[in-house]
Design a protein around this ligand. Structure first.
Ligand SMILES: [Mn+2]
Length: 450
């Protein structure tokens, strides 16, 4: 397919999460550099109706990133050969073989942890031109945001690892083993500790006061001049001291030493970004982009991906603060109400109807699943979606890993309830008619091995 010709108009359609924003921006930038007439658009999800309306806009070529793998027949019907899908979501074997499909799984990668849409898009971009190597930083951010840091010590591997290596060689990135607290470049140290819920540390996770008390005991200086210090500014002696204290809080069991070792991992630092900004740490960068996507500010996210370091970054930081408070309100609403949190064996139903906006359901269920008490479970969350629909978002707790394929389970349970579902082994979702909820939950329970 010859994409770049004098008059051909190309539409890039991408998903709203960080991996979507990064992969869409990579393809957009690579085509722009070749002089293409290209437009980038984001959609929260792609369904057959959206495909129809995109087709009606008569672009010459369409490129879909981070979505569309399950809609190949619809794309074929609406667009013929005028489309390309760059993705890492699973699809049928027949669809994988289509020449228009550039899917991680079809290239031998595990699309759940070895290649995301951003690293696939990056491979596409450097195939177009080696000068696109600078886009490797976006691939790293997308992979981390999609939680693909599943290699040793939370590192990126395979196709994601290649992007990380390229970024390091180009001087854009450094990777080093360090403490993996959230907000390491931007938050006061006690807030970083309180924000971290993987691993869950009793008395510290979710508790700024608890973290502050521990830090006072440590003698670590919390402020520098008039401002709070951050995790990234600690010396190695200070980090050691902090690690010892946290080890004391965790106690001496085998579980505790496992928790402690999960606090240390590979930190990816974007060397050309300013210190103490949310763009310096690649995981924080991803968090910022995810919040833009969830809060409907995808234009702001794309602007940052494409290099805006002024107003867009300020706007995104405001959005992130708003997003955090919306998330904690939603979590509080679910966990404080026993009617909303129902345990059935290994499955926890988190009923968010009327309390959790559908766009926040996924992150709320992710946080819940990583909290203490839910790690041996499958958490299945629900929220009202549209007039008569129910959005379902499900996650497998770390200690239940490998015992169920959630993507398959959601697909089958949703189909039996007249809806549609799918996703990855550890994280999946569905959309079903609200009046078919009981049938759906029954199918979920039946599909889980005892
Ligand atoms: Mn993705």
């Amino acid at each position: 397919m010859k994409l770049v010709t004098a008059h051909s108009r190309i539409l890039v359609v991408t998903h709203i999460d960080a991996d979507g924003l990064c992969s869409g921006s990579i393809v957009f930038a690579a085509l722009m550099r070749r002089g293409a007439n290209v437009t980038l658009r984001t959609v929260p999800e792609l369904d057959p109706r959206t495909v129809q309306s995109l087709a009606a806009q008569n672009f010459d070529h369409y490129i879909f990133t981070d979505l569309a793998s399950t809609l190949i027949p619809e794309l074929e019907a609406a667009l013929g050969g005028r489309y390309l899908v760059i993705d890492h979501h699973e699809a049928t074997e027949d669809d994988m073989r289509r020449p228009s499909m550039v899917n991680a799984w079809a290239y031998g990668y595990d699309g759940g942890k070895e290649a995301c849409s951003s690293s696939m898009a990056y491979a596409f971009a450097v195939a177009l031109s080696p000068e696109n190597v600078d886009l490797s930083a976006l691939a790293v951010i997308g992979a981390l945001a999609d939680r693909q840091d599943a290699g040793p010590a939370r590192s990126l591997t395979e196709l994601n690892g290649i992007a990380a290596d390229d970024a390091c060689s180009a001087g854009l990135l450094s990777a080093s083993k360090d403490l993996l607290f959230s907000g390491r470049e931007t938050r006061p140290i006690h807030e970083s500790i309180a924000l971290t819920s993987t691993p869950y540390i009793r008395g510290l996770s979710g508790s700024k006061d608890g973290a502050l008390a521990l830090l006072h005991q440590s003698g670590i200086r919390l402020m520098d001049g008039g401002s709070w210090r951050t995790m990234s500014s600690l010396s190695s002696e200070e980090k050691m001291k902090l690690t010892e204290l946290i080890a004391g809080v965790l106690g001496g069991s085998g579980e505790a030493s496992e928790a402690l070792s999960s606090l240390v991992g590979v930190v990816y630092t974007l060397e050309l970004e300013e210190s103490f900004t949310p763009l310096r740490d690649a995981r924080e960068f991803g968090t910022l982009l995810n919040s833009c996507g969830r809060m409907g500010a995808t234009g702001t996210g794309v602007a940052i991906c494409l290099g805006d370091r002024g107003t867009a970054v300020k706007e995104a930081m405001r959005i992130l603060a708003e997003y955090r408070s919306a998330l904690s309100r939603a979590l509080e609403a679910i966990t404080a109400d026993p009617d909303r949190l129902v345990r059935r064996g290994n499955v926890v139903l988190a009923k968010g109807e009327g309390a959790v906006e559908d766009k926040l359901l996924g992150p709320v269920i992710s946080i819940l699943t990583s909290s203490r008490g839910f790690k041996e479970s499958i958490v299945v969350g629900s929220a009202v979606s549209g007039d008569s629909g129910l959005k379902i978002s499900a996650r497998v707790g770390d200690d239940y890993r490998g015992r169920v394929d959630l993507g398959l389970l959601m697909r089958q349970a949703a189909a039996s309830a007249g809806g549609e579902g799918g996703g990855h082994a550890m994280a999946a979702g569905a959309k079903i008619p609200a009046d078919a909820a009981d049938q759906f939950y029954r199918a979920v329970m039946e599909g889980i091995p005892p």
